[in-house]
Design a protein around this ligand. Structure first.
Ligand SMILES: C[S@@+](CC[C@H](N)C(=O)[O-])C[C@H]1O[C@@H](n2cnc3c(N)ncnc32)[C@H](O)[C@@H]1O
Length: 336
């Protein structure tokens, strides 16, 4: 398993030099180090990329392959933000896809390996943000509904529709996947800073009659070290006395309706606003290892950051490139 803590990258450039601050660990962590232009656009990366320019890199490959490539080419990122496949929710029809493992513990282990590999390319003062929702075990067997939307989600038989292990995997059980993942990452050395709750004001109604309807997901904030880069001024609340308070850990954000191209599980830009703006320094690099339609890359680019996206599905990489091109066109139109 790759180590979370790697040697400092020799190609880093220190962009902030505030001479007045005393040299403490906390102040050092606020000194953002960002990768050089040359390292971001190295020949090997450009040759392996599905799309690349000076500010964006799209890798069409398995997430583990993509993260190894970034590590081998000496890339270091400042913020990792992602929404991985949720357990048993969708068939993305890609080889080695994550999310349809027979047992949730296998899913948690695969996902934790991915985040450890992401940790190896994350700056020591960087942050990892993971949006993840939960799953109920059903044990009902294959669904019989002919409804088109259901059929799109409930491909054949989902892992949670099978018989189960008689322990966590029993009918009606909420699997607590988000917190099991967080505990596994904690056991592997990550620090959990928040289990931010994404509150959905207008959720798709659950077809249930013996429990509350689910209307939230989590956005966990993990760091590698005690001292890390965090700029609350970018998103904070102003107190009556005029001081800036950090944002709350409950975020009311409407889910995205409609589709970017054909991606059904797209992020809302509002959901990644706090993660990216608080933990990416100027000209820093944002990485989304399960980038899908590229919302993180688009948001990063709009705010002057560089971004890297990995996705195993070619159709999604096409959507990503198209969305990135549109941002550039809009920027050019604004300049005219
Ligand atoms: C929940 S979606 C991400 C959506 C994204 N946040 C957006 O705004 O569009 C998860 C993505 O993981 C990708 N994926 C699944 N298994 C993968 C793997 N082994 N390697 C790379 N990508 C994978 C899927 O193709 C899918 O696009």
């Amino acid at each position: 398993m790759p180590s979370l803590h790697k040697q400092p990258n020799l190609r880093l450039v220190d962009t902030a030099s505030d001479q007045k601050r005393p040299s403490t660990k906390a102040n050092e962590a606020m000194h953002p180090k960002v990768i050089s232009e040359a390292a971001f656009t190295s020949k090997r990366l450009r040759e392996a990329a599905y799309y690349s320019d000076e500010t964006a890199l799209v890798l069409h490959m398995d997430v583990r392959e993509g993260l190894s490539l970034l590590a081998e080419t000496g890339v270091e990122v400042n913020c990792v933000v992602t929404s991985p496949p949720f357990y048993g929710q969708r068939d993305y029809e890609v080889e080695r896809q994550i999310g349809l493992e027979v047992h949730p513990s296998e899913f948690i282990s695969n996902l934790s390996d991915v985040f450890d590999a992401a940790g190896a390319v994350l700056a020591d003062n960087g942050s990892l943000w993971v949006n993840i929702g939960d799953t109920y075990w059903s044990g009902k067997g294959e669904h019989r509904s002919g409804e088109a939307k259901q059929s799109a989600r409930r491909f054949g038989i989902r892992p949670q529709d099978k018989k189960g292990d008689g322990k966590w995997c029993v009918p009606k059980q909420l699997l607590l996947v988000p917190h099991r993942l967080a505990i596994e990452l904690q056991d592997r050395g990550w620090l959990v800073r928040n289990d931010n709750v994404w509150v959905k004001p207008n959720p798709i109604p659950d077809q249930v009659r013996d429990r509350c309807s689910m209307s939230h997901e989590y956005v966990f904030h993990f760091v590698k070290e005690r001292w890390y880069y965090f700029d609350k001024n970018a998103v904070g609340r102003t107190s009556e006395a005029g001081t800036v308070l950090p944002p709350l850990d409950t975020w009311e954000v409407p889910p995205v309706r409609g589709q970017a191209g054909r991606h059904r599980a797209r992020f809302s830009e509002d959901l990644i606003r706090i993660p990216i703006l608080t933990t990416t320094p100027p000209r820093g690099v944002v990485l989304d290892p399960f980038a899908g339609s590229g919302t993180s890359l688009v948001f990063a680019r709009k705010h002057g950051f560089r971004a890297i996206g990995i996705d195993a599905k070619k159709a999604y990489c096409d959507i990503m490139v198209e969305r990135l091109r549109r941002v550039v066109e809009e920027e050019e139109d604004d300049q005219e």
